[in-house]
Design a protein around this ligand. Structure first.
Ligand code: NAD
Ligand code: MG
Length: 390
């Protein structure tokens, strides 16, 4: 039996993970964690006969306890309990909490030498070098689950990264891709929260429309594969059938194609280092008919350009970028700022942070990362308050 823990089980990636786990008979679920969706977490814990169910929020403890009364499933609550769950023995751990909250549990799993399937891209953006060092020093393995990064990872099997010239991540362009430029500033959270191809959580869907998601993924690729900033490229590809392209120094380009379904990269990480059959719609290029590509317009996607600024600056700027992006997104969802203001807020936060000489330039510990994260959130809140109301 393989012992599996899923962090962020009630989310979009978490549900897809459990869908795959339910199809196998060699899985023992040692822990599931969720947020405020206690009802769903309890249903999942029962359906998968989990040993432990954890809600990240203290005030959700009693409702979860009540929902699981008489089942024999252990119940815990709070951020510390989520991290403790990552210390339980497991063979495969899914990191699918959204946001910086996913950082500490991922670290904890790596400290135990686990195989960590990493969907939480914020971990690599905020603390890439620390995360990779933690994995190395404990003999742990990180497997990318973000679809583009899984695609690159697969294209690199049997290859030497030193022979790679460029890595191209594709982007659908998001729900507002075809909007007239002058209308973009007035887009609502509902409009930005609809995705043409992928079925994902609300926050990542809005990040997809603004391309903050792709900016995060560019930094993620830079960190995970050790690529120089100018080796990472982005192409708009509206059909979302090509997930990434890896170009080698002999002129060959390896592309990864497939239906847009997160169960593919999750399943690849679950079956790794082998492949195994997955319930994914098969790609039919004759029906698809065409694959389109275009360079991204940085006026439409100002967030994207910030990724290269972050990679060039290095140090704590990935952490600042992620924290500021989360705050800007909160303010956009709360209708305090406009859609394009999100990039301005993040840019202003990066500048405000750079001007602060009192903060460690490069975080050396998880605690330093979290302190910078807190500081960046304050600076971003101030930057957002300076924007005129949307
Ligand atoms: P989601 O919002 O659907 O789910 C997030 C999960 O995290 C839920 O289980 C929620 O309860 C939990 N959570 C929220 N706040 C928490 C907190 N403070 N502490 C602990 N748990 C908390 O998100 P998602 O779309 O499944 O994305 C999860 C991660 O995977 C994100 O980092 C995202 O960028 C990444 N990702 C998602 C997709 C996708 O298709 N959805 C694709 C690639 C990468
Ligand atoms: Mg992705």
């Amino acid at each position: 039996m393989r012992r599996v823990a899923v962090f962020g089980a009630t989310g979009s990636v978490g549900e897809s993970t459990l869908d795959l786990l339910a199809r196998r008979d060699d899985i023992e679920v040692v822990a599931l964690t969720g947020g405020r969706n206690v009802k769903r977490l309890a249903e999942q814990a029962k359906a998968h006969n989990a040993a432990l169910a954890v809600t990240a929020f203290d005030d959700c403890y009693q409702p979860l306890k009540d929902a699981l009364a008489g089942t024999g499933i252990d119940v815990a609550a709070g951020a510390h309990a989520v991290v403790e769950a990552a210390h339980r023995p497991a063979d495969w751990v899914m990191s699918a909490i959204v946001g910086a909250a996913g950082l500490a549990p991922g670290f904890a799993a790596l400290s135990q030498g686990r195989t960590l399937a990493l969907a939480n891209k914020e971990s690599l953006v905020t603390a890439g070098p620390l995360l990779l060092a933690e994995a190395r020093s404990h003999g742990a393995t990180i497997l990318p689950v973000d679809s583009e990064h899984s695609a690159v990872f697969q294209a690199l099997v049997g290859e030497d990264i030193a022979q790679v010239e460029t890595v191209t991540l594709t982007a659908s362009g998001g729900g507002l891709r075809d909007w007239p430029l002058e209308k973009l500033a007035y887009a609502t959270p509902e409009e930005a929260g609809k995705h043409p191809n992928w079925d994902m959580g609300q926050r990542i869907t809005i990040d997809s429309a603004s391309m903050f998601n792709k900016a995060m993924e560019v930094i993620e690729a830079h960190e995970f594969f050790g690529l120089a900033p100018d080796q990472v490229k982005v192409l708009i590809h509206p059909q979302s059938l090509v997930h990434a392209l890896v170009a080698f120094n002999d002129g060959a380009v390896m592309g990864h194609l497939g239906a847009p379904d997160m169960r593919h990269p999750i399943g690849y990480a679950l079956n790794w280092p082998q492949r195994g059959a997955l319930p994914i719609k098969r790609l039919d290029l004759a029906t698809a008919g065409r694959l389109d590509f275009a360079a991204p317009d940085l006026q439409r996607y100002p967030a994207l350009a910030l990724a290269w600024q972050v990679m060039e600056t290095g140090g704590a700027s990935g952490c600042v970028f992620n924290a500021a992006k989360e705050i800007a997104l909160d303010h956009f969802i709360a209708r305090d700022i406009g859609f394009l203001d999100m990039a301005s807020v993040v840019e202003a936060t990066l500048s405000a942070f750079a001007a602060r000489a009192d903060i460690a330039a490069t975080p050396r510990t998880l605690d330093e990362v979290l302190a910078i994260d807190t500081m960046a959130r304050e600076l971003a809140g101030e930057a957002a308050a300076r924007r005129p109301r949307a």
